[in-house]
Design a protein around this ligand. Sequence first.
Ligand code: SAM
Length: 206
Amino acid sequence: MDLAFKSLNVERVFIVKASLAHTGGKINARALASHGRLDVVARAMLAALSLRTSNRSDTVFCAVLEGPPRPPVTVEVRGWELRYSIKSEEDVGDLLSRLFSGHHVEGAYAWEIGFKELVSELVREFGSKKVVYLHEAGEDISNLSLEGKIALLLGDHKGIDRETEAWIKSLGLRWFSLGPQPYFTEHCISFINYLLDERTRLPRHL
Ligand SMILES: C[S@@+](CC[C@H](N)C(=O)[O-])C[C@H]1O[C@@H](n2cnc3c(N)ncnc32)[C@H](O)[C@@H]1O
């Protein structure tokens, strides 16, 4: 296993814990919701990586799939390695389909590791200040430092289970909130990408 976190390319990491998402078998790319809500994973991947005409070259997206038949499987997709741009849920379905059937997909990897192992590795690499959990009850997102690398943990449509949340707390990771309203996972990712994009823009009124 050779996760990409050590790569100099990586500025942003999004990790989604997908508690029901299927980990193999034949995937119908046009009906991802029927595979343990792989549609949630697909929309999160698009929000994390996809730009109008390309993929984000500084971003890694990981989905920890925890559904049948052989959980867990972590799908890691590296924006700078993908050879084509992903534009639709169907594109993601095709990518997952090829990975599950053992084909090589440049820029996409399937690892047999779970959420805790993945996050522990990330904390070792980034340090605990640069790995944060997004949750409605966290501190205001305006307190999050946008300097340097950042990794964000998110739940799927069911959120993250209490035991795992307690574990996240025990690591000393900070929780940040976009407000009390629960948003879709992919909308949270789009908003964070917007904030991170803004930091590189020139002030509007010079
Ligand atoms: C649809 S929400 C999950 C809602 C789920 N019903 C629950 O009770 O946790 C999906 C994920 O997006 C993130 N999220 C959603 N709204 C958020 C908010 N207002 N602030 C921070 N993170 C949020 C969280 O990581 C959450 O697990």
